[in-house]
Design a protein around this ligand. Structure first.
Ligand code: SAM
Length: 524
């Protein structure tokens, strides 16, 4: 439909590739798991599939560059179409079926993944989607088998583009060559994932990887579990067992009996494999199901006994979203022995009122929260397309987004998961409202609340004992915690903008339901 001499922009796209090593870490990237807190977690790698592809900002994840950058493909959008052997007319360079990629190593090391992005040819130059452009993410495509490289050598990869997912996948051409005939050809498609691996990896959220890798979270839980076990002989129910990590810590610390409950079937299956490979198959039992559906009989401790420790880590970035209140309340009322120890015992939600300017994703700012006069208000028609979730909190790494604090951090709600059972604080339908008086520390338009939490794992023996973990590392000391954790992000909720004035106070209307902390309005 366009004139033959029309200018097309971009006129070409170049798919760029870089060989990298990506270690296991607390960022959202599925590097292979190995030893965690002294346990072998490699069985959990079933949830990576054969060769996972993650979209990340390369500058945000720990990585080492091991090769020079290379061009994987160049597609011209301007040149005349070319007709392939199949008679189909395609963009010049668009045959992405069987790609070869030669990467020259600049370091001795292990190439575990290929990072990819596109550079667009514009009129006056190249618009790169690479690491330096904050608004773009790069694609990280892990190799099924890492390649050892030596400086100066060239590693040849075979790659393939899947138009249904937009993913490029690779295999090491030398290490993963298809077996010669007449053997059955199991790898006719480069880096193809088996349907089974695909199904299993899709059933588990990616955040399990950073969570399992969060050594500070793990150490704090390990210490708290050891403290519990030091107080006597214990039967432990581990609710939301995931990989079985906390259950293994309990067994290692000397628990008499441990049962771990996990509602996701594939995960419960995987926990069994992890436990077996670590020698805990006999010691720890896995129950597949929601703890909320269990009774002491279906939970199944020997002789119908009730657990004396309720252990859980069902906490999302906003603390309550995974159901810690109803889950722990039910376990204490319906499953556990009277006076059972509860880990975590308490949590506090902290918040800070901020001014957040429009910026690249993951921030999705509703127009109703965009400061008037700000350049972004011209995009307000786009608001009708925004997902309804923006009304709730989104997850951000506060140290990676731009904002101006308009208040000091303040405590919003304290939660005592360990409160006596006749105390309203232990009720499953636990909801509260609170008008928090906040002193403004800057003048301007406030439009969001950043919030996070601290965790106290064991029942405190003295008042004002420091919390064990703070989920916003920069606020660890301010919130009186001894350690920070990085697998949780901060929660961000937008508000109707309100003008506040430094030195004056305003009211922030805060509330929580059993499963969500939220903020209503700023009243000046
Ligand atoms: C945040 S992960 C923690 C996993 C593991 N305990 C750890 O700390 O590494 C929470 C897990 O709990 C499971 N879960 C949440 N609520 C549950 C419930 N009431 N009963 C059983 N599983 C639950 C989720 O499916 C998820 O796998």
């Amino acid at each position: 439909v366009i004139a033959p001499d029309a200018t097309v922009l971009p006129s070409a796209v170049s798919v760029r590739a870089l060989g990298v090593t990506i270690p296991a870490q607390t960022d959202l990237v599925r590097a292979p798991l190995g030893t965690v807190s002294g346990f072998d977690l490699s069985e959990f790698n079933v949830f990576r599939g054969e060769a996972p592809v993650d979209l990340v900002r390369l500058s945000d994840v720990k990585h080492a560059t091991v090769t020079r950058e290379a061009e994987l493909a160049r597609v011209s959008l301007q040149a005349p179409l070319v007709t392939g052997e199949d008679g189909e007319a395609r963009l010049d360079g668009m045959n992405l079926e069987c790609l070869a990629l030669d990467l020259e190593a600049i370091e001795d090391g292990e190439l575990t993944a290929v990072a990819l992005w596109t550079d667009c040819q514009m009129v006056g130059g190249v618009l790169s989607g690479g690491e330096g452009r904050r608004s773009r993410r790069q694609m990280v495509s892990f190799l099924a088998t890492p390649a050892r490289v030596t400086r100066g050598s060239t590693v040849r990869l075979r790659g393939k583009y899947d138009p249904s997912t937009g993913h490029f996948t690779f295999v090491n051409a030398e290490a993963d060559a298809p077996p010669p005939p007449p053997k059955p050809t199991t790898t006719t498609t480069p880096a193809g994932e088996s349907p089974l691996a695909k199904g299993v990896s899709a059933s588990v959220e990616r955040w399990h990887f950073p969570m399992i890798n969060d050594e500070r979270r793990n150490r704090a839980y390990d210490a708290a579990i050891q403290k519990c076990m030091a107080s006597g002989s214990h039967k432990v129910v581990d609710i939301g067992g995931g990989s079985g990590l906390l259950a293994m810590m309990a067994a290692r610390a000397g628990a008499e009996e441990v049962i771990t409950v996990e509602r996701v079937g594939d995960m419960a299956e995987c926990a069994r494999a992890v436990l077996a490979s670590n020698g805990f198959a006999e010691k720890i039992r896995v129950v597949h199901g929601s703890s909320l559906d269990l009774t002491p009989e279906t939970l199944g401790f020997a002789d119908g006994a009730r657990p004396t420790v309720v252990l859980s880590e069902v906490l999302d970035d906003g603390l309550l979203g995974e159901g810690v209140i109803p889950t722990v309340a039910h376990a204490r009322r319906e499953l556990a022995a009277p006076g059972a120890l509860v880990v975590p015992a308490a949590a506090k939600v902290y918040a800070m009122v901020v001014s957040m300017p429009p910026q690249p994703e993951p921030i999705v700012m509703p127009a109703s929260s965009t400061p008037v006069g700000g350049g972004a208000s011209r995009w307000s028609a786009y608001d009708t397309l925004r997902p309804p979730e923006v009304k709730k909190y989104t997850s951000v790494r506060a140290d990676r987004v731009k904002f101006t604090p308009f208040s000091a951090p303040f405590e919003v709600f304290g939660f005592d998961f360990d409160a006596p059972l006749d105390d309203p604080a232990s009720m499953a339908d636990y909801s509260r409202e609170s008008d928090v008086v906040v002193d403004a520390t800057a003048s301007g338009t406030a439009n969001a609340v950043v919030f996070w939490f601290t965790l106290t794992l064991n029942r405190p023996t003295e008042e004002d004992a420091p919390a064990d973990l703070c989920t916003y590392p920069a606020m660890t000391a301010t919130c009186g915690a001894v350690e920070s954790s990085r697998c949780w992000n901060e929660a961000l909720q937008f508000l109707t903008p309100a003008s506040v004035e430094a030195g004056k106070s305003f009211v922030l209307k805060a509330a929580h339901s059993p499963t969500r902390v939220f903020f209503r309005d700023i009243i000046v």
